[in-house]
Design a protein. Structure first.
Length: 139
């Protein structure tokens, strides 16, 4: 493989790393903004009608809540149920929503920030690896 080929691969890897890191940063920023400036509400957990029978429940149930203006919003849960913290039909969850876009919510104590931090770390690592490849390939 020539030095030019290595540099081209490194540039593509750097672009991918930047996109991954930016996706993680954007997710964290949006969650923090909604937590800080959003309005709180209690959401009711409902089964997702897209489920295909009782043997195969939908991984993410629906959350239904009322906004401050009285609008009833029903959206898919942004966090999936886990074995440790299942989301059963009829449960209530404390959420924070963006009044300008009630479809953007944060579920308290259930957000998976580790995923966003993972995207940031992986993107940064790929970017650094691409920089090392470019420095080694340069004549």
């Amino acid at each position: 493989m020539s030095a030019a080929d290595t540099i081209v691969i490194a540039v593509f890897a750097a672009c991918g790393g930047c996109v991954m890191a930016l996706a993680g940063l954007t997710g964290l920023r949006q969650a923090r903004r909604i937590e800080r400036t959003g309005l709180r509400a209690w959401a009711l957990v409902k089964p997702n009608p897209g489920a295909r029978g009782e043997d195969s429940p939908s991984p993410r149930p629906l959350l239904q809540f009322s906004t401050e203006t009285g609008q009833v919003v029903e959206i898919g849960s942004p966090v999936p149920p886990t074995r440790r913290r299942p989301l059963h039909d009829g449960d209530t969850l404390l959420i924070s929503y963006d009044p300008a876009d009630p479809g953007s919510i944060v579920v308290y104590n259930r957000e998976r920030r580790l995923l966003d931090y993972g995207f940031i770390a992986a993107g940064t690592l790929i970017l650094l690896l691409a920089l090392v490849l470019v420095s080694l390939a340069a004549p």
